[in-house]
Write a protein that binds this ligand. Structure first.
Ligand code: PHE
Length: 362
């Protein structure tokens, strides 16, 4: 069977040219051998194969198009040959396609042993971490949390706490006054919440009052215009200074470890009598002397005392029947000691390098 066609594959243009050289039979034999021998290295080569043989301008189509030139008596035979050729090309393509699809699927398979993409869940602020710790230590022994407003009136922040307007003790706490109302201040301590609790709650009272407080201080490594306190108040019959000492000693050992020592120094607060400040043995040097304890072996952590009878009277509580103790600590100070944060400003700078160090601590 003679035929006037030969095919040259012009790969770059993705089209195929015919030239009069050999018989259709020979052509098909050569091309079939090419199909059978074809081993693609990648999916792109397989795609080239598809375009070359099975594409809209591919060899199968072109050869079929040539059928019109085949003499009538040879059409049947030529048709069968071309059909067989077409099927060979299609079968090869399908088989290879399945192979590559399988390879691709395994390439895309998820390897469950690989570590996942980390998702940042953020961290709790160190002050919140420590506030939670303080609160939960006191909750264990029956204290409940009380909160109050940050904008306070004079009565709750000062006067009811045995600090009348001309009391010199007001100088201890440089106060921010609210311009619109001379009676309003930004609370200088959470003792104001204790006052509110005494005003509203039934006896006995056992509360811990966490919260933000404000004082007109120049911002430095050691002072800030706002900070956080946790103050406690316990009023009942027969509450003694020994109860105060034991409660605070329990707190210290829970917070800083069993071997921590405590000492009480006499002090003065208008709302407590007697008053004291409590130091703990330095948690960094263990008492030998370092920068944190200024080489004294002791660090001050809180103020405390027995609730002043005048304060009890201010809230209608009979000091002949009831006694109580109160204490107040700075959360920044406890955090500084526990995690050795040496600059107060770090707490409010929102530097994630600082904050991330508390990741995983709750
Ligand atoms: N309110 C005091 C302060 O802010 C702390 C304190 C509370 C002291 C209760 C004694 C008793 O410094």
């Amino acid at each position: 069977m003679l035929c006037s066609i030969n095919y040259l594959h012009n790969k770059s243009q993705q089209s195929f040219y015919l030239c009069a050289m050999s018989t259709l039979n020979e052509q098909i034999q050569v091309l079939t051998a090419e199909i059978n021998a074809f081993v693609p290295q990648n999916a792109a080569e397989l795609e080239d194969f598809r375009i070359k043989f099975l594409g809209t301008k591919g060899l199968v189509k072109s050869l079929l198009g040539e059928m019109k030139n085949v003499p009538v008596d040879q059409k049947k035979e030529a048709g069968q040959m071309l059909n067989a050729f077409k099927q060979t090309a299609e079968a090869k393509y399908e088989a290879l396609q399945n192979e590559f699809a399988g390879a691709d699927a395994s390439a895309n398979k998820i390897d469950l042993s690989l570590p996942g993409t980390p998702t940042s869940i953020g961290t709790r602020h160190p002050l919140r971490v420590v506030e939670n710790q303080i609160v939960s230590i006191f909750e264990k022994i029956g204290f409940s949390v009380a909160t109050g407003p940050e904008i306070e009136d004079d009565w709750h922040n000062f006067t009811s706490l045995n600090m009348p307007p001309d009391h010199t003790a007001r100088d201890m706490q440089d106060t921010f006054y609210v311009a619109q109302n001379p009676d309003w201040v930004l609370r200088t301590h959470t003792s104001s919440t204790q006052a509110r609790v005494m005003e509203t709650q039934e006896l006995p009272i056992r509360v811990i009052c966490p919260g933000r407080v404000y004082r007109n201080e120049t911002i430095s490594a050691r002072a800030h215009c706002f900070f956080h306190q946790c103050e406690g108040l316990y009023i009942d019959k027969n509450v003694s200074f020994a109860d105060l000492k034991q409660t605070l000693y329990y707190f210290v050992t829970e917070m800083f470890g069993e071997n921590t020592k405590v000492r009480f120094r006499p002090s003065y607060f208008p709302f407590t009598e007697p008053s004291a400040e409590m130091d703990i043995s330095c948690t960094v040097c263990g008492g030998k002397g370092c920068n944190l304890c200024k080489h004294s072996g002791w660090v001050e952590i809180l103020g405390c005392g027995m609730v002043h009878p005048n304060m009890l009277k201010n809230f209608g509580i009979d000091p002949e029947i009831y006694t109580g103790f109160a204490f107040g600590m700075g959360v920044e100070r406890i955090t500084q000691i526990k995690y050795q944060v040496n600059d107060l400003r770090l707490y409010s700078q929102n530097d994630v390098r600082f904050l991330r160090q508390f990741q995983g601590i709750y």
